[in-house]
Design a protein around this ligand. Structure first.
Ligand code: IFG
Length: 550
């Protein structure tokens, strides 16, 4: 997409110029450790103890070490080395540890098995002369690096800059996530987002320890992934998007490249093919999927609910089996999202039969079903996941606060949720009035929608899953996911604007202990991230609710 390429070239040129200035100007600053340290790490770590005393200056000669043979620790060490330096001469060496000399080293060590650190947890201890990083697995090491990254000044994010001094405050951090699912959904169907821009979001998710990338790959307005057994889906069904011609799709190799890029950053890709509704792009590509056998025209509007594959034709399930089989073959992650939302043309029993049959197809291809909350009408198998999105759960927990139809719908949904939870179904929380990131920040926000309400930076952050979803046992909550539906915006610039600052809040909602986070603390930490986003070239909304410190 022309805009992105122009934007990217100018940003690199800007960074090169700026980094020269910044390195010179920064060199004159106060020596490390001369100021009171308050941490601005997001997500908020489980525990962090700052001790006074000179900071560890990462711009002085140092070695990054790992236990011999621990390739995951070595890989994490290389990520950190690449962050600290910007040339071979300034990037710290990464080498096997030498127990006889630990001074001026950042040592990545495997935690003892008995430490309840968890697969994504880590422990960091910083003194003036050494840093130790303990983790039980690859993800823990990687997340420790993201924390060390945020302990360093935002200037470290400048790709070409070499920052001197580079203070890391003396701190001991013990950390691990509350929830397993910390997700972002990109709607690449309403407006297509090229693979380079998807990778951009993967990079930004990694900074905040997010680990699930849900790609909404098909909808009425376009089909976005090559299906070798069904070529017309991309030959024809990908040629449209909201507002007119354009569109596009990921080839198998581009999709596999996205999956690999995400996996290298401990992010699992969750592909979604929305069905039975939101299927006009497929109905326009394969006429037999329509009950009347008549192919549909490509659609470029923004209505929902009008389309459905024909639930009573065998061809429909042959098609679904082809699609799920092809995508499962290129998706190492365990999840397949079948959508299931906003179906207005099927009876309840047709819908239930359809979802239960699709669930069997998903499982036959070795995946676990994920679906929007309507799929809870069906009997779901243990291990399936339901993504709660409609704001039917009154914040107050008081049904009377809802109008009668919503109260009835909320009561019905709660009954279905309780029944599903009893069957071992888990839940992903995406309350539209909170973390649908396509909701406007303010009535004056030019892009975005407002059907679920206005969701400013505080609204989006300042809620507790137990308050709204208290009916769900904590162990049945897999986690949270922010969604970027793209009816009303098209460029990566716009996607970033709607995602930041609020995505940082979603990350904290998923990672941090609800008892260890609150708006005043988060607001203060968030204020330090504008400088980091500027260094990264993120197009963010400068919310007036935050006292930005940049
Ligand atoms: N609801 C629809 C989306 C999108 C969204 C925009 C779901 C599950 C409104 N379905 O959210 O396709 O149109 O905010």
């Amino acid at each position: 997409m022309e805009t992105t390429m122009t934007h990217r070239v100018s940003r690199t040129r800007f960074l090169r110029a700026a980094s020269l200035v910044l390195t010179l100007s920064f060199a004159g600053c106060a020596p490390p450790g001369a100021h009171r340290t308050t941490l601005s790490v997001i997500p908020n770590p489980l525990s962090a103890k700052v001790s006074e005393g000179p900071a560890f200056d990462a711009s002085l000669p140092l070695r990054i070490t790992y236990s011999d043979g621990d390739s995951a620790a070595a890989a994490a060490g290389r990520v950190l080395s690449d962050l600290i330096g910007n040339t071979r001469a300034t990037m710290p060496h990464v080498e096997p540890a030498n127990p006889d000399s630990t001074s001026r080293s950042i040592a990545f060590r495997r935690a003892a098995k008995d430490q309840t650190i968890g697969s994504e947890g880590y422990r960091i201890a910083v003194s003036e002369s050494t840093i130790t990083v303990d983790a039980a697995g690859p993800a823990g090491f990687f997340y420790a690096v993201q924390t060390l990254r945020q302990l360093m000044p935002p200037l470290v994010e400048h790709e070409a800059a070499y920052v001197k001094p580079l203070p890391i405050p003396q701190v001991t951090i013990d950390d691990r996530p509350t929830f397993e699912w910390r997700g972002l959904m990109l709607d690449v169907a309403r407006h297509f987002l090229p693979a380079t821009d998807v990778k951009r979001f993967i990079d930004l998710m990694a900074l905040y320890k997010m680990n699930r990338l849900h790609l909404h790959l098909s909808d009425d307005q376009g089909w976005r992934i090559e299906i070798p057994s069904r070529p017309r889906l991309t030959e024809h069904g990908s040629q449209s998007q909201v507002g007119g011609k354009g569109g596009g799709f990921y080839t198998v190799s581009e999709y596999e490249d996205i999956v690999r890029y995400a996996a290298d950053r401990f992010i699992v890709v969750v592909p979604e093919i929305d069905m039975p509704g939101h299927t006009n792009s497929a109905l326009a590509s394969y006429p037999e999927l329509n009950c009347d056998g008549q192919k549909r025209e490509l659609y470029e509007g923004t209505n929902v609910g009008f389309s459905s594959v024909c639930p009573s034709k065998e061809e429909t399930f042959v098609f679904i089996d082809d699609v799920i089989g092809d995508i499962a073959a290129m998706t190492p992650g365990p999840y397949f999202h079948v959508g299931g939302d906003e179906v207005q043309t099927l009876t309840e029993s047709e819908y239930i039969q359809f979802i239960e049959r699709v669930q069997r197809i998903v499982e036959r291809h070795g995946k676990r079903l994920v679906g929007w909350d309507e799929v809870s009408f069906a009997n779901l198998d243990s291990g399936s996941r339901v993504q709660l999105w409609r704001p039917l759960w009154p914040a107050s927990g008081d049904d009377a606060a809802l109008d009668s139809s919503r109260a009835a719908a909320a009561a019905a949904l709660k009954r279905r949720v309780e029944r599903s939870a009893a069957n071992g179904v888990e839940f992903i929380l995406s309350p539209a009035d909170r973390i649908y990131l396509d909701m406007k920040y303010h009535s004056s926000t030019v892009i975005g929608l407002s059907w679920a309400g206005i969701s400013n930076v505080r609204t989006s952050y300042d809620w507790n899953p137990d308050d709204i979803f208290g009916q769900i046992p904590r162990k049945a909550i897999a986690g949270v996911e922010g969604t970027l539906w793209s009816e009303s915006f098209a460029t990566v610039h716009d996607f970033e604007y709607m995602a930041f600052p609020r995505l940082a809040g979603v990350a904290e909602l998923g990672w941090s202990d609800p008892e260890r986070r609150d708006w005043p603390s988060y607001r203060g930490r968030l204020s330090k991230h504008a400088a980091r986003w500027q260094a990264l070239g993120v197009n963010y909304y400068r919310s007036p609710l935050v006292d930005w410190d940049d």
